[in-house]
Design a protein around this ligand. Structure first.
Ligand code: ZN
Length: 165
């Protein structure tokens, strides 16, 4: 059950568009307050840091890729609730996928944030769909896509790892 929010810090509330569905706001805040997979990944095979100067968000995405599959994903960073919640969701979603599959998911998520409402019924996106409302706020789109831009940068340079498995 999701409890009604009361007395949440105003600084967090201001970052999330108030027109977002309340349940969606709760999911985003939950990832922000209790980020999944946040921390350094010692045995990363891939790592990149990117920032979103418009908002001041910084995300470092670390992956361990074995045999073309992402076996571990973690992130570090600071920034607004949207950017950190999105990074938290990303790390949970890409583990176990091949890089190609992760990039395909990234493509879908990017389209969703650019307003492709047909993707709202795409189960593969799962809780990522809670960020769809951000599509109406262009400045926030960059926040939501920051971690995914990291993923795409990492994926671009790893053709040799993609494979036949
Ligand atoms: Zn941001």
């Amino acid at each position: 059950m999701i409890e009604p929010r009361s007395g949440a810090p105003g600084t967090i509330d201001r970052e999330i568009p108030s027109s977002l569905n309340q349940l969606y706001q709760e999911v985003i805040l939950d990832h922000y307050r209790k980020p999944r997979n946040k921390g350094h990944l010692d045995e990363a095979t891939h790592a990149i840091t990117m920032n979103n100067p418009l908002c001041g968000d910084v995300i470092e995405l670390m992956l361990r890729v074995e045999g073309g599959s992402i076996v571990e994903a973690r992130f570090l960073g600071r920034g607004c609730s949207i950017s950190l919640a999105s990074a938290s969701m990303l790390t949970g979603r890409v583990r176990g996928k091949s890089l190609d599959q992760a990039l395909e998911l990234s493509g879908k998520f990017t389209h969703l944030l650019h307003g492709d409402e047909a993707l709202l019924s795409d189960d593969e996106l799962g809780d990522l769909r809670t960020l769809a409302g951000v599509s109406k706020f262009p400045v926030r789109i960059k926040c939501a896509l920051l971690a995914w831009n990291c993923l795409e940068e990492l994926g671009d340079g790893t053709d040799e790892d993609r494979g036949s498995a």
